[in-house]
Design a protein around this ligand. Sequence first.
Ligand SMILES: [Zn+2]
Ligand SMILES: [Zn+2]
Length: 443
Amino acid sequence: MKLNEISLALLENFALCDHCLGRQFALLGYGFTNQERGYSIKLLLLLEGNRLILNDSYELGTELIKLVALNGLSESAYKVLKSLGQDLERTPTKCYICNGVFEYVDELANKVVEKISQYEYKTFLLGIKIPPEVEEREDELRAQFDIKWSESIKNEFSREIGKKVTEITGKTVQHVKSDVIAIINVFTKQITVKASPIFISGHYKKLVRGIPQHRWVCNKCVGIGCADCGWTGKKYSESIEELITGEIKRMFEGTDAKLHSAGREDVDVRVLGSGRPFIVEVKNPKKRNMDLESLKTEINKGAKDKIEIFNLGFSLKERVQAMKEKKQTKIYRGLVEFENPVSDEQLLEIEKALENKIIYQQSPSRFSRQRSPKNRKKYLYGIEFKRLNPNLVEMLVRCQGGLYIKELVDGDDGKTTPSLAELINTSAKCIELDIMDISMEVA
Ligand SMILES: [Zn+2]
Ligand SMILES: [Zn+2]
């Protein structure tokens, strides 16, 4: 079938607006809108109808013009009919596929602009929602007339609304990683806007003991609030996550902020030296541009010497997983108390025995028994002691990240081997621990 024959057959069976007729031929021609395609086809049919009438095919010609009149090209078609002495009843028809919603493209675009203007953004993306029966109607029509050059109605809506939004705002559509996404239900005119998350990387030092990394729910009330936790629902009044993310969430005007970090330390362990790498994810932020220097100053001021953050920078979602998976080398400083006095020879013996050794560890007993026990092997590169008194020594340990240091000292009833306690056959306890350096191992 020729294109004009298909078009005629389509219009004989269905009322179609210019958009929905033109969309059936969307892949033909270049640089036109579907509306222009649909309009041009109808115009051609009108001219053909007029030609037929003047060529003595009066009936055929009038039928054609009436058809066009019912499908939108009404003013011109009615005038032609009138000049022939025919007064066609003007019954407005609604488009079989879209029910006329393409008329609302401008209105929808203005609404989108109004909604996304609450956000800072350079790029946007539009998502279109359409009732499934609309697409089904169009699919059936295409199958019936064997149409192979069309595009989806969602495509057309998102492109046409997108063009208007760009015209008004000067911002561009970006399909991957756009700053904001607007989901438009073109039939109900509902629009929801969401901003892509922002990622801020940095390092934190934990300068005092007794702060968990993440919010720690009260064991007694499981977060509801009880007398024991002062009705906070928390075992510890604050966490590193809260100290860092509170201000970030406020400044970026996000709905939530989450701390991702390269490992975690026990509540009673400080993190000093070069600090621990982290990335904060801010969800649905209204602001995207920020002076990170002053943000850092604000956070450090608010944290009042409990933590200190530095090296802030903008990051990416992909870097979160990469940061978590990277192997680390750590340096710890700890205080070890032995049950009996230890000699310098014994300390030297341990230093030699543990140099470049693999430490075998089962899951520490202090962890919840519900956790399934795991065995791990971690390298200890070196350990050095400094005596403080007959049974108290300071140690520096350089090892692979993930080695349990408290268990390396006390042996955890044989679950960690070798251990300090095991090597000199006296019980030992790690009474203080700090992380002095975390460096990423080069893969
Ligand atoms: Zn339509
Ligand atoms: Zn409680």
